[in-house]
Design a protein around this ligand. Sequence first.
Ligand code: PEP
Length: 250
Amino acid sequence: MRTPLVMGNWKLNGTKASVKSLIEGLEAAADAATNVEVAVCPPAIFMEQVANLTANNSIKFGAQDVSTHIDGAYTGETSPVMVKEFGATYSLVGHSERRQYHNETNEVVAAKFVAIQAHGLVPVLCIGETLEERESNVTSQVVETQLKAVIDVAGINAFENCVIAYEPIWAIGTGKVATSAQAQEVHAHIRNWLKAQSEVVAEKVQILYGGSVKAASAKELFAQADIDGGLVGGAALIITEFVGIIEGAK
Ligand code: PEP
């Protein structure tokens, strides 16, 4: 049985005051949801504040991105070692906004995945198709290619200790949530595709859905056999919405 995971991706949002009120507003719901893992991914500059605010509750946290480099002359980067030192559990990798605005190719994503695991963090590998790709009926090939690029470098067994987030790009931040049937179809495809390489990995790996998840849509999405929780952007910044999404995963 896989434990559901609900993870908030705060993207480039927050102030010291909003970080405090968000975590304080979430902690009771997160602690009460004993069968749900709850995590947030703040901007790196808020990581120490989030580490302090989550020291005595069950909320975990992660980075939104890390460098493949550990230290050195790489201005503006954050290394996985630094993230680990602050007590993070996770790092997102390959979010579509990184792929789109920072030209992160499947090869870069694979290198980051390896660096994240090598330094004791759990990668949350984001994959998903554009609207054009969906309309051309190549969704399966797109997600397979994105997964294969990482497996080729890290090996299939590396997926025993990672999370996959299926995020159709056309649903991210657009308000267009995939139907539960559309999402389940791709999640089942991902799990079956992994099963052909390792049954153990396929059974164990949490596959989250991401793309305009709201409290109102969470329960039905998370009730699908292969949807193990959600990666949540906009709604993760609204306490009542995010608490409703956690409730939907119970
Ligand atoms: C995301 O950023 O990963 C995401 C799913 O965003 P939203 O929920 O706003 O679509």
